[in-house]
Design a protein around this ligand. Sequence first.
Ligand SMILES: C[C@H](O)[C@H](O)[C@@H](O)C(=O)CO
Ligand SMILES: [Mn+2]
Length: 427
Amino acid sequence: MDQSIVANYEAAKALYAQHGIDVDAVLEKLAEIKISMHCWQGDDVRGFLNKDQALTGGISVTGNYPGAAGTPAELRADLEKAFSLIPGKHKVNLHAIYVDTDEKVELDRIEPKHFEKWVAWAQEQGLGLDFNPTCFSHEKSADGFTLSHPDPAIRQFWIDHCKASRKIGAYFGERLGQTCVTNVWIPDGFKDVPVDRLAPRQRLKDALDEVFAEELNPAHNLDAIESKLFGLGSEAYVVGSHEFYMGYGIANNKLICLDAGHFHPTEVISNKLSSLSLFADGILLHVSRPMRWDSDHVVTLDDELIDIGRELVRGDLLGKTHIGLDFFDASINRVAAWVIGTRNTIKALLRGFLDPVEALREAELNFDFTTRLALQEEFKSYPFGAVWDYYCAKQGVPVREAWLAEVKAYEQNVLLKRGAEAAVAKK
Ligand SMILES: C[C@H](O)[C@H](O)[C@@H](O)C(=O)CO
Ligand SMILES: [Mn+2]
């Protein structure tokens, strides 16, 4: 390891030690935390089931940066590249549309065998897998309704899809020896003010009861449910609102998923974690960055991300919180998007661990808000970067922006050739 990295680390360690922070122990804890990196950043949420199907469900990807993955093998190669630049061992979050099979299979009939190649790859890479039913980008979701659709036949199709998805999740968990989180998000909602707000929610509740009726081994699969305030085309009303899923999740022991972009613009999920932790069995995060709306920008190390890290560490919530990412930006290199967002999420956790929490708590309990503010502000210029650099070097990944050159080389050697190869094949 570069001696200047070690020297800077030792100096930083001594400073933090003055506040009782054991930085070596912090780095050991940090290495245990898994981030679930979402596969859908790699191909603009297209998947491989119906590749020509437009993205629907009130979410949108903008940009036309070249090099999107077009096959499962390409997507896995891109994920591998990204993981080689991110410290730690993590998970991949798959959506049902990312089946890897030559069989023409419908969503309500998917089985573990359609994901076998993903499992073999995850095993080889030492990664865990998470899963999501895909209740959008499909002709049966064209009305904007799935599990709460008024037509029982359409509803049943989506119920069967979600049931099949849970079984795949349980299979992932069993095969990989790491619990899979299967997260249900549905787009159902109305563009304009509805007459009946209750009936769709009653239908959704009944449908979820059917989806979750079968008990699965919680060591293999945990169910999560994700609310949303509004989507494109569901501005007036979303069936699966926050209150709906808070109620459902607490009553039925499901993980409640908080997506950073699914609330009112001034509402932050960092302020929800402590409350939720007192009542919910577990929490799933979709770390995202809303810009004026649920725009799913790549997460930066902004105040909210740092606060999320702090809350997880200070509240000792890492044991019951599963950290997933959810952003999709097609205007920049997609591998870089993963690397930036995932490294930032880990940095935020590290920042949380490096706060002088005991001293801050004591100041607060003594109503000494002067000390609280002074310490918080001074710690902003503590040498967190030296600790981060050492962590990256120790984990065998590039230090600072050195990863960017690797992504640029991968872009030249792999990503930019994809379009050209396809064009040659067409001729
Ligand atoms: C593709 C994801 O499932 C999707 O982004 C969902 O989690 C969501 O956040 C929709 O806004
Ligand atoms: Mn989400």
